[in-house]
Design a protein around this ligand. Structure first.
Ligand SMILES: [Zn+2]
Length: 120
């Protein structure tokens, strides 16, 4: 990951953790929070840095080439039409609140994808 995004990435993960804690309610253990997140497959990533052409436009580098994009649970959130996703809306909102954008609205939806860039 690009070093300038590390703090933002940690903030997102901490907010996801806090959301889970609140959603479970009471005073859950760390293991209970992890299990809740794993049940939603929010612990599955396909990675960040990957020096390769963009799948949308192979004449350009993918934002993964700059370490500013991550993919999550690609098996259940594939890059395809029509939009097919399991990642929850609240999870995308946390990313958005921290300046990240996602691929749900790409011409070919890419719901696994979050990026710290606009207009790309
Ligand atoms: Zn991606």
């Amino acid at each position: 990951m690009h070093h300038l995004l590390i703090d933002s990435f940690h903030t997102v993960l901490n907010q996801v953790w806090a959301y889970a804690l609140n959603a479970i309610g009471g005073n859950p253990t760390d293991d209970a929070i992890r299990a809740w997140l794993q049940n939603l497959r929010l612990d599955i990533t396909a990675g960040c840095f990957n020096y390769r052409p963009s799948t949308g436009d192979p004449t350009k580098l993918s934002l993964h080439s700059y370490g500013i994009a991550l993919d999550w649970d690609p098996l259940h959130n594939p890059h395809q039409r029509p939009l097919t996703k399991t990642l929850p809306d609240w999870w995308y909102m946390i990313w958005a609140r921290n300046g990240w954008r996602d691929g749900r609205h790409f011409p070919t939806p890419d719901p696994m994808h979050v990026q710290f860039a606009t207009g790309a």
